[in-house]
Design a protein around this ligand. Structure first.
Ligand SMILES: [Zn+2]
Length: 322
C-alpha cells in the first residue's frame, strides 16, 4: 500500500506515480482515500474521496488552460465522436429536451428567460424559444456554438460560466445538464452562475449520481468527469455557493440526480460528525460488484438500452441530419 502525504490512504496502481493530493474545493481538506486509479477505458485516472466532506474528485486536476482547450476542441469529438450530432444523437437530444422542458415547466411555472450553461448545439433552448421563452446559452465548443447561432438563432453569451460577463443580463432560470461534473471547481462554478440570476431565480441541475449501483465497478469513472456527486455532496456545494436546494431527486433508475435550487446567500459549510467516513461507506456499498449485480435497476436499464439500440439500428440506414 502506498500512502500519500497528508493522511491520504489508498492503492495507487503499481508503477504509477502517486500524485500530490490537491485541495478539496468544497472543504479545503487535503485528506482522502483513493477509490479508483483507472478510468472506464482502463487508462490512468485517480479519484479521491475527501476524508472531510466526502466529495469525490479527480486528482491532480488539469490546469485551467489545458481544461479550457480540451472543451473548446476535443471533448465532443472524443466523447461523442463528432462535434455535431448524428441522427441517433439528435433523436436522443430531442427526447432529453422534451423531458427537460417538462421538468422545467413543473419547476418554474412560466419562466420568461432561460440561460443554459453547456448548451451544446442548442436544441433544448431552441425548443423553449419556439414556446415563447427568451433564451441564451454558454458553450465552449466553437462548432456547436456556431450551429446554435446559425441554425437556431440562439444567442451565445460566452464559452465558460466562470468567465462570461453578466453585462446586466439576468435570467429567471439557469440550467446545467451534465455540466457540473466537468468543471474545475464546482463551488466557484455555482457561485459564478449567481451573476446571471434574477432575484428568486431557479437553478435546474442534472448530474450522475455517485451513489448509484452502476456503472459496473471498473467502469465508473469517465476521464472528463473531474467530480462525482452524491445527493449530499451536491447539496453542500449548492448551499456554500449561494443556491438553496428546493428539491433533490433521482432518476427512476437512480443513475442521475435532479436538483431544483433557488438563489440565496451563501451558507457556511456545515459538515456532520463523521461526514467523510459515512460518504466512503456509502460509496463502497453502492459501488460493490454485489450491489451492481443485485440491483433490479441495473437489469431494467440494460433492457431499456437494448431496446434503444435496436430502434437506433433500425433507423441507421437513414442519413445523418448533417
Ligand atoms: Zn472536502
Amino acid at each position: 500500500m502506498t500512502a500519500w502525504p497528508g493522511a491520504v490512504s489508498g492503492l495507487p496502481e503499481a508503477g504509477l506515480p502517486a500524485p500530490e493530493p490537491d485541495v478539496c474545493p468544497l472543504c479545503g481538506s487535503r485528506s482522502g482515500t483513493v477509490i479508483s486509479t483507472r478510468d472506464r477505458s482502463g487508462g490512468p485516472l485517480t479519484n479521491l474521496l475527501c476524508g472531510s466532506c466526502g466529495l469525490i474528485r479527480v486528482t491532480p486536476r488539469p490546469g485551467r488552460q489545458e481544461h479550457e482547450s480540451y472543451y473548446r476542441h476535443s471533448y465532443r469529438l472524443e466523447y461523442k465522436g463528432r462535434s455535431l450530432p448524428s441522427r441517433r444523437q439528435w433523436r436522443r437530444a430531442e427526447r432529453a429536451a422534451a423531458d427537460r422542458i417538462a421538468w422545467l415547466r413543473a419547476a418554474v411555472a412560466a419562466p420568461a428567460s432561460v440561460l443554459e450553461v453547456g448548451c451544446g448545439f442548442g436544441l433544448f433552448l431552441y425548443r423553449l424559444k419556439t414556446q415563447g421563452c427568451e433564451v441564451a446559452g454558454i458553450e465552449p465548443d466553437a462548432r456547436c456554438a456556431e450551429f446554435a447561432r446559425q441554425q437556431f438563432g440562439i444567442e451565445i453569451l460566452g464559452e465558460f460560466a466562470e468567465t462570461t460577463p453578466a453585462d446586466g443580463r439576468k435570467f429567471d432560470c439557469l440550467c446545467c445538464f451534465h455540466v457540473i461534473e466537468h468543471v474545475l471547481d464546482p463551488v466557484r462554478f455555482l457561485a459564478s452562475l449567481r451573476r446571471h440570476a434574477r432575484p428568486r431565480a431557479r437553478l435546474l441541475l442534472e448530474t450522475p449520481n455517485a451513489d448509484a449501483p452502476f456503472p459496473r465497478p471498473r467502469r465508473r469513472f469517465h476521464r472528463g468527469h473531474l467530480y462525482s456527486f452524491s445527493a449530499r455532496t451536491l447539496d453542500l456545494c449548492l448551499r456554500t455557493s449561494g443556491w438553496r436546494p428546493l428539491s433533490v431527486a433521482t432518476s427512476p433508475d437512480g443513475g442521475n440526480l435532479f436538483v431544483i435550487a433557488e438563489l440565496c446567500e451563501p451558507e457556511p459549510l456545515q459538515l456532520a460528525p463523521g461526514e467523510g467516513e459515512e460518504a466512503l461507506a456509502r460509496w463502497r456499498r453502492a459501488s460493490s460488484a454485489r450491489s451492481y449485480y443485485a440491483s433490479p435497476a441495473v437489469w431494467r436499464r440494460a433492457l431499456i438500452r437494448l431496446g434503444d439500440r435496436v430502434l437506433e439500428l433500425l433507423s441507421s440506414a437513414r442519413p445523418d441530419p448533417f
